[in-house]
Design a protein around this ligand. Structure first.
Ligand code: PGA
Length: 256
């Protein structure tokens, strides 16, 4: 994957049942235009991924798992593996702040999941971001570095090409308090700088880095102006077909 495409991922979280998801995708399909310079990815409930994989036009929408377990198979009651998701999803979200903070996932978990995704031909979307408290005490850079290294250890520079990083400050998620473009610019620059340090200039320049946290149709263009931001991980805004399609249009029209 190269950075000439913007990537817009809609994470529906634990919203919409099987039928509702299917109906909503119908609605989205009417509204969201297909553009060569934008890849649109939907992350619905795990329950409906199989159905939607048969319903969607993959030129219009790709699918993502919101989560999965890192082992490929075995006695892990209640879990779903990347191997089982293979062929159904193209992306897998890893280390979302809700996984880290509600379900206590660690960098060790994210690392194992990144490996599992790559092993199974699924593009990992590694989410990293500081809490309000960590920002207040000046730890943002350290947290971003630790979570980046924590998730990517064992990833080779060839494999890095498949990885997407989402910068999601925890304090900006789901509350309308989006990070300022300057904050996003600073954090995304730091992430790319760290990638460069780890993998060299060429490999790091090719990595898609997204922003997520209270992005709306009103503020999307401000972030898209930043040359380092390659798209969005959307929560709330992905549940409104009109808003979602407007953000996709903004990505299509962005000059970067
Ligand atoms: P939000 O969620 O867009 O509702 O802030 C973003 C996310 O959780 O990825």
């Amino acid at each position: 994957m190269t950075r000439d495409k913007k990537l817009i991922i809609g994470n529906w979280k634990m919203n919409l049942g099987v039928q509702e998801s299917s109906l909503y995708v119908h609605k989205l399909a009417e509204k969201v235009q297909i553009h060569r310079n934008v890849e649109v990815v939907l992350a619905p409930t795990m329950l409906t991924l199989q159905t939607l994989s048969l319903q969607v036009n993959f030129r219009q929408f790709k699918l993502a798992a919101q989560n999965f377990y890192w082992r490929d198979s075995g006695a892990f009651t209640g879990e779903v593996s990347a191997t089982q998701l293979r062929g159904i999803v193209q992306y897998g979200i890893i280390g979302h702040s809700e996984r880290r903070h509600v379900f206590h996932e660690t960098d060790k978990d994210t690392r194992a999941k990144v490996q599992a995704a790559i092993r199974n031909g699924i593009r990992p979307v590694l989410c990293i971001g500081e809490t309000a408290n960590e920002r207040a005490i000046g730890e943002t850079d350290d947290i971003l570095y630790d979570q980046l290294i924590g998730g990517l250890a064992n990833v080779t520079s060839e494999e890095l090409n498949e990885v997407v990083i989402a910068y999601e400050p925890v304090w900006a998620i789901g509350n309308g308090h989006s990070a300022s473009p300057l904050d996003v610019k600073t954090a995304v620059r730091a992430i790319r700088h760290n990638l460069k340090h780890l993998y060299g200039a060429k490999a790091s320049e090719a990595v898609q880095i997204l922003y997520g946290g209270s992005v709306t149709e009103h503020n999307a263009a401000d972030y898209l102006e930043l040359s380092d931001v390659d798209g969005f991980l959307l929560g709330g805004s992905s549940l409104d077909a009109k808003v979602f399609s407007e953000i996709v249009e903004k990505a299509h029209k962005s000059k970067n």
